[in-house]
Design a protein around this ligand. Sequence first.
Ligand SMILES: Nc1ncnc2c1ncn2[C@@H]1O[C@H](COP(=O)(O)OP(=O)(O)O)[C@@H](O)[C@H]1O
Ligand SMILES: [Mg+2]
Length: 154
Amino acid sequence: MILTETELVQWGRRIGGEVEAPIFLGLRGPLGAGKSVLARSIARGAGVEGALPSPTFNLLFRYQGESGTEVAHLDLYRLRDPEELWELGWEELGQGAEIVLVEWPERAGSHLPDDRWDIELSVPDPGANVRAVQVHRVGAPPHLPGFPVSLAGR
Ligand SMILES: Nc1ncnc2c1ncn2[C@@H]1O[C@H](COP(=O)(O)OP(=O)(O)O)[C@@H](O)[C@H]1O
Ligand SMILES: [Mg+2]
Protein backbone atom coordinates (compact mmCIF):
# COMPACT_ATOMS: atom_id res chain seq x y z
CA MET A 1 0.00 0.00 0.00
CA ILE A 2 1.28 3.46 -0.92
CA LEU A 3 0.22 6.25 1.47
CA THR A 4 0.57 10.01 1.49
CA GLU A 5 1.52 11.62 4.81
CA THR A 6 -2.10 12.62 5.41
CA GLU A 7 -3.19 9.03 4.86
CA LEU A 8 -0.46 7.61 7.09
CA VAL A 9 -1.47 10.03 9.86
CA GLN A 10 -5.11 9.08 9.40
CA TRP A 11 -4.26 5.39 9.72
CA GLY A 12 -2.10 6.04 12.79
CA ARG A 13 -4.90 7.93 14.53
CA ARG A 14 -7.24 5.11 13.80
CA ILE A 15 -4.79 2.58 15.24
CA GLY A 16 -4.37 4.66 18.40
CA GLY A 17 -8.09 5.02 18.85
CA GLU A 18 -9.13 1.47 18.13
CA VAL A 19 -6.47 -1.05 19.18
CA GLU A 20 -6.80 -3.22 22.20
CA ALA A 21 -3.82 -2.69 24.51
CA PRO A 22 -1.37 -4.08 25.38
CA ILE A 23 -0.07 -4.25 21.85
CA PHE A 24 3.48 -4.05 20.50
CA LEU A 25 4.22 -2.42 17.14
CA GLY A 26 7.70 -2.48 15.64
CA LEU A 27 8.24 0.41 13.22
CA ARG A 28 10.89 -0.44 10.65
CA GLY A 29 12.45 1.46 7.82
CA PRO A 30 15.36 3.81 7.07
CA LEU A 31 15.85 7.30 8.54
CA GLY A 32 13.14 9.61 7.26
CA ALA A 33 10.78 6.77 6.35
CA GLY A 34 8.02 8.12 8.60
CA LYS A 35 8.33 5.92 11.69
CA SER A 36 8.06 8.89 14.06
CA VAL A 37 5.23 10.44 12.05
CA LEU A 38 3.30 7.19 12.44
CA ALA A 39 4.19 6.79 16.13
CA ARG A 40 3.01 10.33 16.96
CA SER A 41 -0.24 9.80 15.05
CA ILE A 42 -0.91 6.62 16.99
CA ALA A 43 -0.25 8.47 20.27
CA ARG A 44 -2.63 11.26 19.22
CA GLY A 45 -5.26 8.70 18.32
CA ALA A 46 -4.91 7.20 21.79
CA GLY A 47 -5.69 10.62 23.25
CA VAL A 48 -2.19 11.79 24.15
CA GLU A 49 -2.06 15.59 24.22
CA GLY A 50 0.82 18.04 24.38
CA ALA A 51 4.31 17.83 22.95
CA LEU A 52 5.54 14.54 21.50
CA PRO A 53 9.32 14.95 21.26
CA SER A 54 11.42 12.47 19.36
CA PRO A 55 12.98 9.81 21.61
CA THR A 56 16.21 9.85 19.61
CA PHE A 57 18.40 10.71 22.59
CA ASN A 58 16.19 9.60 25.48
CA LEU A 59 15.31 6.34 23.72
CA LEU A 60 11.98 6.15 25.58
CA PHE A 61 9.02 8.41 26.30
CA ARG A 62 5.84 7.28 28.03
CA TYR A 63 2.51 9.04 27.77
CA GLN A 64 -0.89 8.81 29.35
CA GLY A 65 -3.66 8.49 26.78
CA GLU A 66 -7.40 8.39 27.30
CA SER A 67 -9.35 6.02 29.52
CA GLY A 68 -6.30 4.36 31.06
CA THR A 69 -4.42 3.64 27.83
CA GLU A 70 -0.73 4.41 27.98
CA VAL A 71 1.63 4.91 25.06
CA ALA A 72 5.34 4.08 25.13
CA HIS A 73 7.39 5.45 22.22
CA LEU A 74 10.92 4.12 21.85
CA ASP A 75 13.63 4.80 19.31
CA LEU A 76 16.38 2.21 19.62
CA TYR A 77 18.59 3.64 16.88
CA ARG A 78 21.24 4.58 19.43
CA LEU A 79 21.04 1.39 21.42
CA ARG A 80 24.53 -0.05 21.34
CA ASP A 81 23.75 -3.39 22.89
CA PRO A 82 20.42 -5.18 23.49
CA GLU A 83 21.43 -5.49 27.16
CA GLU A 84 20.93 -1.71 27.51
CA LEU A 85 17.22 -2.43 27.22
CA TRP A 86 17.06 -3.40 30.88
CA GLU A 87 18.12 0.14 31.90
CA LEU A 88 15.10 1.44 29.96
CA GLY A 89 12.67 -0.76 31.86
CA TRP A 90 12.05 -2.89 28.78
CA GLU A 91 10.56 -5.77 30.76
CA GLU A 92 7.82 -3.53 32.20
CA LEU A 93 6.60 -2.35 28.81
CA GLY A 94 3.20 -3.60 27.76
CA GLN A 95 2.38 -5.10 31.12
CA GLY A 96 -0.64 -2.85 31.53
CA ALA A 97 -2.96 -1.36 28.90
CA GLU A 98 -0.10 0.11 26.92
CA ILE A 99 0.51 0.68 23.22
CA VAL A 100 4.24 0.05 22.74
CA LEU A 101 5.75 1.70 19.65
CA VAL A 102 9.35 0.83 18.87
CA GLU A 103 11.40 2.43 16.11
CA TRP A 104 14.42 0.34 15.06
CA PRO A 105 13.05 -2.79 16.78
CA GLU A 106 15.79 -4.85 15.14
CA ARG A 107 18.21 -3.30 17.68
CA ALA A 108 16.45 -5.25 20.42
CA GLY A 109 17.68 -8.52 18.94
CA SER A 110 16.01 -11.53 20.49
CA HIS A 111 14.21 -9.46 23.16
CA LEU A 112 11.24 -8.57 20.97
CA PRO A 113 7.94 -9.99 22.16
CA ASP A 114 6.67 -13.12 20.41
CA ASP A 115 3.33 -11.49 19.58
CA ARG A 116 3.62 -8.24 17.67
CA TRP A 117 3.09 -6.35 14.44
CA ASP A 118 6.01 -5.26 12.32
CA ILE A 119 5.18 -2.25 10.18
CA GLU A 120 7.73 -1.59 7.50
CA LEU A 121 7.93 1.82 5.85
CA SER A 122 9.97 2.62 2.78
CA VAL A 123 10.42 5.45 0.32
CA PRO A 124 9.48 4.21 -3.15
CA ASP A 125 10.10 7.54 -4.86
CA PRO A 126 12.30 10.19 -3.19
CA GLY A 127 10.64 12.84 -5.36
CA ALA A 128 7.14 12.15 -4.07
CA ASN A 129 5.82 12.48 -0.53
CA VAL A 130 4.54 8.95 -0.33
CA ARG A 131 5.58 5.88 1.64
CA ALA A 132 5.17 2.19 0.94
CA VAL A 133 3.73 0.38 3.97
CA GLN A 134 3.95 -3.33 4.61
CA VAL A 135 2.39 -4.96 7.64
CA HIS A 136 3.63 -8.27 9.00
CA ARG A 137 1.94 -10.14 11.83
CA VAL A 138 4.25 -12.07 14.16
CA GLY A 139 2.63 -14.56 16.54
CA ALA A 140 -0.86 -13.67 17.76
CA PRO A 141 -1.09 -9.95 18.53
CA PRO A 142 -4.43 -8.14 19.03
CA HIS A 143 -6.24 -6.98 15.88
CA LEU A 144 -4.68 -4.06 14.01
CA PRO A 145 -7.16 -1.70 12.30
CA GLY A 146 -6.74 -1.73 8.53
CA PHE A 147 -5.96 1.21 6.33
CA PRO A 148 -8.77 3.78 6.29
CA VAL A 149 -11.72 2.61 4.25
CA SER A 150 -11.44 5.68 2.02
CA LEU A 151 -8.16 4.29 0.71
CA ALA A 152 -9.60 0.93 -0.35
CA GLY A 153 -9.36 0.14 -4.02
CA ARG A 154 -6.59 2.56 -4.83
N1 LIG B 1 3.80 9.75 3.11
C1 LIG B 1 4.57 10.16 4.13
N2 LIG B 1 4.47 9.56 5.33
C2 LIG B 1 5.25 9.96 6.37
N3 LIG B 1 6.15 10.95 6.32
C3 LIG B 1 6.29 11.58 5.16
C4 LIG B 1 5.52 11.22 4.02
N4 LIG B 1 5.87 12.02 3.01
C5 LIG B 1 6.81 12.84 3.48
N5 LIG B 1 7.08 12.60 4.77
C6 LIG B 1 8.09 13.29 5.59
O1 LIG B 1 9.12 12.39 5.88
C7 LIG B 1 9.65 12.68 7.17
C8 LIG B 1 9.56 11.44 8.05
O2 LIG B 1 10.25 11.73 9.23
P1 LIG B 1 10.25 10.78 10.50
O3 LIG B 1 8.85 10.30 10.77
O4 LIG B 1 10.94 11.50 11.59
O5 LIG B 1 11.14 9.54 9.98
P2 LIG B 1 11.78 8.36 10.82
O6 LIG B 1 11.22 8.40 12.21
O7 LIG B 1 11.38 7.11 10.07
O8 LIG B 1 13.26 8.57 10.76
C9 LIG B 1 8.84 13.84 7.74
O9 LIG B 1 9.58 15.02 7.51
C10 LIG B 1 7.58 13.80 6.92
O10 LIG B 1 7.01 15.09 6.79
MG1 LIG C 1 12.15 8.52 14.09
